[in-house]
Design a protein around this ligand. Structure first.
Ligand SMILES: Cc1cc2nc3c(=O)[nH]c(=O)nc-3n(C[C@H](O)[C@H](O)[C@H](O)COP(=O)(O)O)c2cc1C
Ligand code: SF4
Length: 457
């Protein structure tokens, strides 16, 4: 591993030289045409190969309906011209929310989502041409161990004991784990939300299985007893049962997607996708088997992620220059973190065959995202280049890429972790740097409140 360094490249050649020096597997291409071509997702066609990744703003109304800030975010995302809009985490039940203001879809508020989606699609057509119709996928979630539906206290639904993570969510040795009966009941909730999403006009739903929320942790539940824990069949059972129930509820044509953690960077027997002796070494056996199972069960779109944003190695999910308060600087170069994510996506795309996989972890690359993304697609490493923090900072990046090929360095995300800091401080988030008028004052306010509440970190 090389030392951590901040982004410092003015030219593509400088970046190329650093990639060589570090010996990391990151391709670069001047031919950006792979980003501009339409991508087939089953019966659907995304107009280009750029995707806005799910980026939660923690800013819905208390009943989970879209607020003005949510409307603003999706108008910006859709107007930005991405071919695929992967909408943020939307809770399937109140108690599974990760924060008070997480998006939640219910029978009562489904009409609000339908109106927002129609407006957002209208904005996509208005700015990008009448025939520009992005594919819209809504991410469905239960936050599991990280449920915090009201106020500042976690109310965890943990699938297994974990000596590293239990103390962080206030889970004592005698506290109960989430029961099989509760999980059985949740299957129907996912199916109901999927049906509501379909009726609201979404093209598909994502059964979220990443970032160590409920389903992600179930995949890693080696020590859990009963039908949802232990061996691989049991650990994948809940996810597959949810997918089956969603398929029955929504019919054969509705898109079912899955964003899953290919690699938790968490030690055995508590992590998924890692070597049993060395948690930092990826073991592709189970992620590959899971990919094949998902495809066999009719999942038509995949996105892989990695890591646990709540733990001390957030670079595994999103490579960064500056850390949030209390998080150590990684003991690796951000390009090594980027290369890990690209490599994970490559291995999943290889297993998934014709089913498109959306890659992530590109934002740190700033104006060089197009060159790296185009090379990833051209070499079969992914079908879509997913943009997370970049979408907060620079929602028009897809338009700029497919129109002129270049991104303006002055508009790029600088991977400062401030949007994450707001989340950690329990506030409503967005880009503090490039959307400073809205999020600058909010950042300052939430920092102050968090320090008063928890002490300086
Ligand atoms: C503020 C914030 C909110 C996020 N919300 C979600 C989410 O709702 N669902 C999800 O799967 N990932 C979420 N992510 C992770 C991103 O989708 C993405 O995987 C990550 O930021 C790495 O991609 P990037 O380098 O393009 O930012 C979030 C990340 C951040 C920083
Ligand atoms: S606050 Fe803005 S610049 Fe900083 S990491 Fe988030 S999106 Fe990027």
């Amino acid at each position: 591993m090389a030392s951590h360094e901040k982004f410092s490249f003015a030219t593509l050649d400088q970046l190329r030289q650093k990639i060589r020096d570090l010996g990391v597997d990151i391709g670069l291409s001047d031919d950006l045409s792979p980003l501009q071509k339409p991508v087939r997702i089953g019966d659907l066609t995304a107009p280009n190969a750029l995707a806005a990744l799910p980026m939660e703003g923690c800013d819905s109304l208390p009943d989970g309906s879209p607020s003005e800030l949510v409307e603003r975010r999706y108008k910006r995302f859709e107007g930005g011209g991405a071919g695929l809009l992967w909408w943020e985490a939307c809770a399937v039940v109140e108690e599974g929310k990760a924060n008070d203001l997480q998006m939640t879809l219910t029978r009562q508020n489904a009409g609000r989502f339908a109106a927002l989606l129609a407006n957002a699609n209208g904005e996509a057509a208005r700015r990008n041409g009448a025939d520009h119709r992005p594919v819209n996928v809504l991410q469905l979630t239960h936050s599991g161990r990280y449920s915090r539906p009201h106020g500042h206290r976690m109310i965890p639904f943990a699938p297994q004991r974990d000596p590293l993570l239990d103390p962080r969510v206030g889970l004592g040795p005698g506290a109960p784990l989430v029961s099989d009966a509760y999980l059985d009941d949740m299957i129907g909730r996912y199916a109901l939300c999927a049906k509501l999403a379909m009726e609201a006009g979404f093209d598909g739903v994502d059964i979220k299985a990443c970032h160590r929320y409920l389903i992600s942790e179930l995949l890693a539940g080696h020590t859990r007893q009963g039908k949802y824990g232990g061996n691989f069949d049991n650990r994948t059972r809940f996810l597959l049962d949810v997918i089956g129930a969603v398929r029955r509820e929504t019919g054969s044509r509705f898109l079912i997607a899955c964003r899953f953690n290919a690699f938790d960077a968490h030690p055995y027997p508590y992590g998924f996708g890692g070597d049993r002796e060395d948690m930092w070494r990826f073991d592709p056996a189970e992620p590959a088997a899971l990919t094949r199972l998902l495809v066999k069960n009719g999942v038509g779109l995949l996105s892989n992620s990695a890591g646990n944003p709540y733990y001390i190695y957030p670079q595994v999910t999103r490579p960064f220059d500056l850390a949030s308060a209390g998080v150590p600087l990684p003991e690796e170069h951000p390009l090594e973190s980027v290369a890990r994510l690209l490599g994970l996506t490559r291995s999943i795309q290889k297993e998934a065959g014709d089913v498109p996989v959306v890659g992530s972890g590109y934002s740190w690359l700033r104006q060089f995202i197009p060159c790296v993304g185009a090379a990833s697609i051209a070499s079969g490493g992914c079908a879509f280049v997913g943009l997370g923090r970049s979408s907060f900072a620079y929602p028009d990046a897809p338009r700029d890429i497919w129109r002129g090929g270049t991104m303006d360095p002055q508009k790029c995300c600088v991977s400062c972790s401030r949007c994450t800091q707001i989340m950690r401080d329990h506030g409503r988030t967005g880009c503090v740097i490039r959307d400073a008028q809205v999020y600058g004052p909010l950042y300052a306010q939430y920092r102050e409140e968090a320090i008063a509440r928890e002490g300086a970190k």
